[in-house]
Design a protein around this ligand. Structure first.
Ligand code: MN
Length: 430
């Protein structure tokens, strides 16, 4: 691993929180992700299942976690199963966790090789009434491949049809939505690496550079700072491409006078930063660009201020819509007639600001966590309003990542990343 792993105390605490939510006489199983195929004998980079990672810190394929807090046999209350390593695997694939390393990482005392799984699982099942299994229940998940968790659910239900089955996902969403300090520290590192990338490109961007050269500069800075690379496909969109919300081709030349929208974040230790900045390719905003930029920045700051404890997230999104509406009137993009005649299901401001303002951020970029309940301290959100004017060939989005605090509102994990127009112009011209 390139990153510095977190202390096992976090994972011990996370398992305690999870077990507290289980019914009496329960067993829960979490499987690692598969290594996904590409073509021929190619594979994608391994990405751990985030729930398994959250509960163990183990970053390796073919791993199973079993927890059964009420099991009469105390050695079977927490068992981690790993693929058995040997000399052949060590030479071809490199190092895999030893039992000692897995215990040090996860805090789990009983580490077994995978070949023992069936025997241990059968015993624990015979002593349990309830089974908690895991599925991807992200609100916007579109999973077309069968995951290891999904295969396990089938096998388990076939073999043990008379147990009571339950979903782990709602518990995991509730727990993962509120971050522990160690997780916020890891997110801060991801944001700090992202800052280094942004500062690097501020002196690099000028008319004639291409979007892919800018992408390469970010990647260079991310990887040399122990990131695995981009947290998600980066959007490097000059001119009118900024109005294509998921533009990821990044193949154009940046032209003098255009704005450049960059939605880029670094991954670190499986945690993700999610930043958007918009800068003038020539190093100076035009008057119109600056007016739009400042409008977005005002909305960004006001939105961060009203995202606080107890607020309902749906109400927050509506409130931000009203702030944006008044900015769009100020820019002459919509008027009172548009507002009076608007469809309440698709208000007039949506013509220029058609996406949501905030999402949870953590082990997933669009992290799990409630999108309906009240906001709690320790939740981490993006705040990312934007104005996209197709007819003028320009789009501005500004996005910071904030932690909801107990008392003082919020803590901005991107407080050090330049966002004021003057500062960006100064840095581009220094
Ligand atoms: Mn985002």
């Amino acid at each position: 691993m390139k990153y510095q792993p977190l202390s096992s105390s976090l994972y011990i605490k996370n398992r305690e929180k999870f077990c507290y939510k289980l019914a009496e006489s329960s067993v829960a199983i979490f499987n690692s992700n598969d290594i996904m195929p590409t073509n021929a004998d190619g594979t994608m980079r391994f990405r751990q299942n985030n729930d398994l990672f959250y509960l163990t810190g183990i970053d390796q394929e073919e791993t199973i976690l079993l927890v059964a807090p009420d099991c009469p046999n105390p050695t079977m209350r927490e068992v981690l199963f790993l693929r058995e390593t040997n000399e052949h695997i060590a030479i071809w694939e490199g190092h895999k966790y030893t039992k000692e390393e897995a215990e040090a990482t996860s805090g789990i005392k009983n580490i077994q090789w995978l070949s023992n799984f069936d025997q241990v699982f059968n015993t624990v099942m015979a002593l349990s009434c309830n089974v908690y299994l895991n599925t991807n229940e992200h609100l916007r998940a579109g999973v077309v491949v069968e995951t290891q968790d999904a295969r396990f659910i089938k096998e388990c239900k076939e073999k043990f049809p008379l147990h009571n089955y339950h979903r782990s996902a709602p518990i995991m969403h509730e727990l993962r939505g509120v971050k522990e300090k160690e997780e916020i520290d890891q997110l801060q590192i991801a944001c700090d690496i992202t800052e280094k990338g942004f500062r690097r490109i501020l002196s690099f961007v000028k008319p004639g550079v291409t979007e892919y050269e800018i992408e390469a500069e970010y990647l260079h800075e991310f990887v040399r700072n122990r990131s695995n690379g981009f947290a998600y496909q980066p959007i490097i969109a000059s001119g009118a491409s900024a109005c294509v919300l998921h533009y990821i081709e990044n193949h154009k030349e940046c032209l003098a006078g255009e704005l450049l929208l960059m939605d880029v974040g670094a991954e670190y230790g499986n945690y993700n930063a999610d930043m958007t900045r918009t800068i003038p390719v020539s190093g100076r905003f035009t008057e119109r660009q600056r007016a739009v930029y400042d409008a977005v920045l005002r909305v960004q700051k006001e939105a961060a201020n009203i995202l606080r404890i107890g607020t309902n997230i749906q109400d927050y999104h509506k409130e931000v819509g009203l702030i944006m509406q008044s900015e769009l009137v100020g820019l002459g993009l919509i008027d009172q007639t548009d507002i009076k005649n608007q469809d309440p299901a698709w208000p007039a401001y949506k013509k220029y600001f058609m996406h949501g303002t905030s999402h949870h951020l953590g082990l997933d970029v669009h992290d799990v966590g409630t999108m309906h309940g009240p906001i709690k301290p320790g939740m981490v959100f993006t705040v990312e309003p934007g104005i996209y004017i197709q007819e003028e060939g320009l789009g501005v989005r500004l996005e910071n990542n904030i932690v909801i605090k107990e008392e003082k509102g919020y803590f901005d994990l991107m407080r050090n990343i330049p966002i004021e127009a003057e500062e960006i112009e100064d840095l581009m011209n220094s």
